[in-house]
Design a protein around this ligand. Structure first.
Ligand code: PMP
Length: 433
């Protein structure tokens, strides 16, 4: 039919009346996006946007091989994993092969929240304990357990005050603006280790320590060198399990490694993955050791109606095939490296850029009003994102201070796409927002 701005505005009104508004939308005046192709989105005016935000869509939008695989499988069969079929076995084997020896046992679920929830339940069942240590400024999901360990005040302003008593937090290991900066960031590990030892000494040893192995939610910050080695050792010394939430940063996005924990040279006991795993199809997994998975039996059996269904399993396999065949981890490393260098160049010319964080295609540009006080440029960041949208770039803020550009595009991003983003950002920072 013919496009009309009034129709798009009316649809937004209907959204406000039918779809709970606590499920917010991006942008004050959101473009109505009905199509996508690779790292682009297309609105109903026919305007093409550079999508620098959709990390879930790791292969890019409208991926033909994935779409064909889903279509074929839907016509053939969809059922649940209590039936015997090949794809669920193949996906489980393929996932285990991406991980170090011992992490060989797979649960398939439908989202990151479910994966984190299950990882916590496995830790509780294995250790017979309840207490968990999480890191500040983290987001892990919306279910009861995954929300309990989500400490980010950007997602929930009351988060730190309203955690259940079994949740304990340690400082966000932020080497840019945390309590310990630069080389001093090496102190975060021993401090967290000390906290874990204290919890054990007072009679509440943790069932688990949980964090993102590369700080996605804080804006794509690497953990300080040795952090996970120190904290995992302290956790294991008191009989707890080490949980790595790879929902955002795993699956090749960091460029140098497939999994975030590999950058820290450690091996977790339980890994959670989702988002990229399904390229947007609801898919998540928990991968762990056989004996940890077996401990769940004390809670009954585990079943998820759509987790590991033939359609979901085929999606998972098609995504892994495309990641491999299209060399997307290497592309994340190459295009991400180029993009980071270009952003660092911008930082020489624009005082608002306090730092450029990140690895591969998980980058963060942190805006500050003053490079000494690091006063966060929160309002500026929101305005810059609105202006970038006017210039045809989809971008949003992250971190507890909402002053970091969350750069995590589909991994098929090209150099031209990266350069287009830098040109738009340069324009906004030069001419104002
Ligand atoms: N863990 C992390 C690190 C996440 O970023 C998210 C989602 N933003 C989740 C878990 C929850 O995943 P989902 O939205 O698929 O439930």
């Amino acid at each position: 039919g013919t496009w009309s701005a009034a129709d798009d505005a009316e649809l937004l009104e209907r959204r406000a009346h039918s779809f709970a508004t606590v499920q917010e939308h991006y942008f004050e005046e959101p473009p109505r996006v009905e199509r996508g192709w690779r790292h682009h989105l297309v609105d109903t005016r026919g305007r093409v946007y550079l999508d620098m935000l959709n990390n879930v869509t790791v292969l890019g939008h409208g991926h033909p091989a994935l779409s064909d695989a889903v279509h074929r499988q839907w016509r053939r069969l969809n059922t649940n994993s209590r039936f015997h079929y090949a794809s669920v076995v193949e996906l489980s084997e393929r996932l285990a092969r991406t991980l170090p020896d011992g992490l060989d046992t797979v649960f398939l679920v439908n989202s990151g929240s479910e994966a984190v929830d299950l990882a916590l339940r496995l830790a509780w069942a294995t250790t017979g304990r309840r207490d968990v240590v999480a890191v500040e400024e983290a987001y892990h999901g919306w279910t009861y357990a995954s929300d309990a360990v989500s400490t980010s005040i950007a997602d929930n302003p009351g988060a730190l005050a309203s955690r259940p008593p079994w949740v304990h937090t340690v400082a966000a290991p932020n080497s840019y603006r945390g309590r310990h900066r630069g080389a001093e960031a090496r102190r975060y590990g021993p401090e967290a280790a000390e906290r874990i030892a204290q919890l054990a000494a007072r009679g509440t040893p943790p069932a688990a320590f949980l964090c993102e192995p590369f700080y996605g939610n804080a804006g794509g910050m690497p953990l300080p060198d040795g952090y996970l080695e120190q904290v995992y050792a302290a956790t294991r010394a008191v009989g707890g399990l080490c949980l790595a939430d790879e929902v955002q940063v795993g699956y090749g996005r960091l460029g140098t490694h497939f999994w975030g924990f590999e950058q820290q040279g450690v091996v977790p006991d339980v890994v959670t993955v989702a988002k990229a795993m399904g390229n947007g199809h609801p898919l998540g997994a928990v991968i762990t050791r056989r004996e940890i998975a077996e401990a769940y039996r004390s809670q009954g059996y585990f079943f998820s109606s759509a987790g590991g269904s033939p359609v979901s399993s085929v999606v998972g396999l098609a995504v892994l095939d495309a990641l491999r065949d299209e060399g997307l981890q290497a592309n994340a490393r190459d295009v991400g490296g180029h993009l980071k260098n270009r952003l660092l160049e911008l930082a020489h010319r624009h005082g608002l850029i306090g730092a450029v964080h990140g690895s591969g295609l998980y980058l963060g540009v942190e805006f500050v009003r003053d490079r000494t006080t690091l006063e966060p440029a929160t309002e500026e960041t929101a305005a810059i994102c609105e202006r970038l949208r006017e210039l045809g770039v989809i971008m949003q803020p992250t971190s507890d201070r909402q002053c970091v550009l969350k750069i995590k595009p589909p991994l098929c991003l090209t150099r031209d796409g990266a350069d287009g983003f830098v040109a738009a950002l340069d324009d906004v920072l030069t001419h104002g927002w």
